[in-house]
Design a protein around this ligand. Structure first.
Ligand code: F0G
Length: 476
């Protein structure tokens, strides 16, 4: 029999109570959080779709690994297991463990960045961009044109524009390009996959110009699902083999283990080049920890090694991609504008077209994030002008390319009825869409402002009396 329903391929062994709240309660919680869901307490949230990062449910085998964790300072057996697993998977020789992905970014980009250097990516994730810009270097995003249009269908919208890449290398001079970073899947661009053909083309360009080619590989298992499904010649390969082929094209990778390694904390940097690895190891030991644990406990390293094996399981990956698409396709069918095709780890709603009456400088994405929370206790994340907006010299907002709201799906955590509840909420929000109001920022830090920014609603009864940013620091 052919089954239409894709079931969760796991049973639930441990449960965590969700606290149900009322709309009146949530109004108070949101105001206290200054209309920034990052500042909410988790027990004020019913369905948490803020991120798929570090929010996975671990398997019984991972928990068993937690007990086996070897906490020796140097040369722990848990480190050997993690190192061997990553070497086998990636083919890279030098593995540097870190407490999460951005620490690995810091190790590498602080060594190869600096003023005058340029980094090029399909899209830099926000911590990647911040780590690069913090060194004084420049980060340039070159997604393919299709990737910039939410409604355009293309099987690999995460691809990097190779023509633009060549032009940009020529423009800045190959010596000034510190690295090309391919983010798979392309998180900020809608969780869209990158094809093997694109990765191969990027690899060739990098090789020809002697430029370092790095994979931001935190969702490479999910990316492999799309390659097998959509790219000719991969039908008979395993997801793991597809990932291995892609790793083989690059000079190294950065991985936040909080995604496709199915753990709550962890990451690593993996490199082919010895001199670069030694240089990064110095920063590792100064900032993270000794080179056989980095920022990790032995038990974390066991769980990562186990997770990196489980994530390539055929039934798991099939369920993972299809259950995310279930949410996306239902929203699409009811006329909610979503980025299509649906990405692997999240559904991205195009808030600019959902709320056309709210201009970018009043942050339509922030409005949708707040409405979802108020209506149903659903926490989501703005990926638009709050996250990526800049200011020109006159202090006017230069809006982001898109005004998106990300509904990220934690791995193995929510069941179909949780997702049906999200779908039902959107049905309500659609009816009231014309009532939604914009926001203004009352406080923002200089880097990564979306985490700690504070907001005030415009036009409603809480509308601000005075304009202008608050002076002084706010430590949220
Ligand atoms: N690269 C990508 C593509 C990411 O999505 C993330 C994190 C990182 C690097 C940094 O890894 O969090 O372990 O330091 N993304 C999370 C998210 C935060 O919600 O998408 P980290």
């Amino acid at each position: 029999m052919h089954h239409k329903v894709t079931i969760e391929p796991f049973r639930i062994k441990v449960v965590e109570q969700i606290k149900l709240t009322t709309e009146e309660e949530r109004q108070v919680f949101l105001k206290n959080a200054n209309y920034n869901p990052f500042l909410l307490h988790s027990n004020e949230v019913i369905i948490d779709l803020l991120t798929d990062s570090g929010t996975s449910a671990m398997s019984s085998e991972q928990w068993a690994g937690i007990m086996r964790g070897d906490e020796s300072y140097a040369g722990a057996s848990s480190w050997q297991r993690m190192e061997n697993t990553i070497k086998d998977l990636t083919g890279y020789t030098y593995i540097l463990p870190t407490h999460q992905g951005r620490a690995a970014e810091h190790l590498l980009y602080s060594r190869i960045g600096g003023a005058g250097k340029v980094f090029i990516s399909n899209t830099h994730f926000d911590t990647t961009r911040a780590n690069i810009e913090f060194t004084g270097a420049k980060a340039i995003d070159l997604p393919i044109e299709e990737g910039k249009h939410p409604e355009v269908i293309h099987p690999f919208k995460g691809n990097l524009d190779t023509k633009a890449l060549l032009r940009t290398i020529e423009n800045y001079g190959p010596k000034n390009v510190a690295a090309v970073i391919l983010t798979v899947t392309n998180n900020s661009g809608g969780g869209q996959p990158v094809s093997m053909a694109n990765a191969r083309a990027v690899a060739e360009i990098c090789k020809k110009h002697s430029i370092l080619f790095i994979l931001d590989a935190c969702r490479i298992a999910e990316n492999s699902w799309y390659i097998r499904d959509h790219e000719a010649g991969y039908e008979d390969k395993t997801y793991r083999q597809i990932a291995q082929e892609m790793f083989g094209l690059a000079d190294g990778c950065i991985m936040s283990a909080k995604k496709d390694a199915l753990v709550n904390m962890g990451g690593f940097l993996a490199l082919k080049d010895l001199d670069l690895a030694i240089s990064c190891r110095t920063v590792l030991i100064i900032t993270e920890g000794y080179s056989t644990y980095g920022g990790l406990s032995g038990r974390d390293m066991e769980a990562i090694a186990q997770g990196l094996e489980e994530v390539f399981d055929e039934d798991y990956l099939d369920y993972r991609i299809k259950s995310t698409a279930y949410l996306g396709n239902h929203l699409d069918a009811m006329g909610i504008p979503v980025i299509k095709p649906i990405g692997g780890h999240a559904v991205y709603v195009d808030a600019r077209s959902f709320y056309p009456h709210i201009p970018p400088h009043e942050f339509p994405g922030q409005s949708l994030v707040c409405e979802l929370y108020l209506k149903a206790g659903i926490r989501s994340c703005e990926i638009g002008s709050v996250m990526f907006g800049k200011y020109d010299e006159q202090g006017q907002l230069i809006p982001a390319e898109m005004e998106l709201v990300r509904l990220a799906i934690p791995r193995r955590v929510y069941t179909q009825s949780h997702i049906d509840y999200v779908i039902e909420t959107f049905r309500e929000l659609k009816k009231e869409r014309h009532l939604a109001k914009g926001f203004r920022i009352t406080y923002e830090p200089p880097f990564l402002r979306h985490f700690t920014a504070r907001f005030e609603p415009l036009g409603g009864k809480d509308s601000p009396q005075v304009a202008g940013l608050e002076k002084g620091g706010v430590f949220a």
